[in-house]
Design a protein around this ligand. Structure first.
Ligand SMILES: Nc1ncnc2c1ncn2[C@@H]1O[C@H](COP(=O)(O)OP(=O)(O)O)[C@@H](O)[C@H]1O
Ligand SMILES: [Mg+2]
Length: 260
């Protein structure tokens, strides 16, 4: 039994030297694989210091386990020395030329303690802290009625992060449909994916997140199993006020209306 598990682990980890031999090379160069591009990317990956790709995660691409798949990238686990990180691989059909912009926004977020810690990046790869845990909706689903305080803590922590992003003028951009962009890890809510983040737009992290949590039907229903959700009208009023003037006072008013 133990031997089988070890064998499975070994199979999941593919050293860069063997990456182009097997099907996992598809991930390097997805969805349009060419040998030439894959070889170029492999060199880029070596330059990043990555030793191996690890086929683990809750999603699948072409039957291969991955951390996730977005419009811009495929995310996989990657080993550098003895540490495991998350690696975003730019899709060949991405509408972005490189990870330059995302890395810059992630770095800004990191400065206020938000987002996976950025390690380094190239045009086609972004290496960062691996966030282990569950997506927020699944995490809430697994709670029991006695977990009200735990849930309040996570929701408050989330709003605090959104507030920090508001304060530095960085709009995450995907918090109004955040099903796959919030992971609860060791009791801490973590925001991921700064691909759509911008400093050019008016920030709406708090308003988007609050709408997602308490006005979006699916989330409101989930949350209602554990805690009393805020009344919608007072919440909308508080959000309007915050939008007019994103002061500390108006932020605290939102927390209060949400019972956090
Ligand atoms: N740092 C990370 N740790 C763990 N999982 C991650 C991390 N970054 C991304 N993922 C997973 O990969 C998925 C796709 O990543 P995402 O950043 O959303 O890519 P895209 O920019 O293409 O939308 C996410 O929904 C998440 O499941
Ligand atoms: Mg995404």
């Amino acid at each position: 039994m133990i031997h089988l598990e070890v064998a499975a682990l070994e199979e999941a980890e593919i050293p860069l030297d063997r990456l182009l031999e097997g099907r996992a090379s598809l991930l390097l160069c997805y969805p349009r694989f060419t040998r030439e591009e894959a070889e170029r990317r492999l060199e880029e990956l070596r330059g990043l210091g990555v030793d191996a790709i690890i086929l683990e995660g809750r999603h699948e691409v072409e039957g291969l386990k991955v951390l996730g798949k977005g419009h811009v990238s495929i995310a996989v686990e990657a080993r550098v020395d003895d540490e495991v990180y998350a690696l975003k691989i730019r899709r060949t059909d991405a509408d972005r030329e490189s990870f330059m912009d995302e890395a810059e926004k992630l770095r800004m977020a990191n400065e206020v303690g938000v987002g996976p810690r950025l390690v380094r990046h190239t045009d086609n790869f972004l290496l960062m802290e691996l966030i282990q845990g569950e997506y927020l909706p699944e995490w809430i689903e697994a709670l029991s009625p006695g977990d009200a305080e735990l849930l309040r803590g996570v929701l408050k922590g989330l709003l605090e992060k959104a507030r920090k992003l508001d304060e530095i003028g960085l709009d995450h951009g995907e918090l109004s449909r955040a099903h796959r962009h919030i992971i609860v890890s060791g009791g801490e809510p973590r925001l991921i994916d700064f691909e759509s983040a911008s400093t050019e737009r008016r920030v709406s992290n708090i308003t988007s997140l609050t709408q997602y949590l308490f006005i979006n039907r699916r989330m409101r229903r989930l949350i209602s199993r554990i805690i009393e959700p805020p009344e919608i009208q007072p919440l909308i009023e508080a959000l309007k006020q915050y939008k007019r003037e994103p002061s500390d006072e108006n932020y605290r008013r939102i927390l209060e209306v949400c019972g956090l």
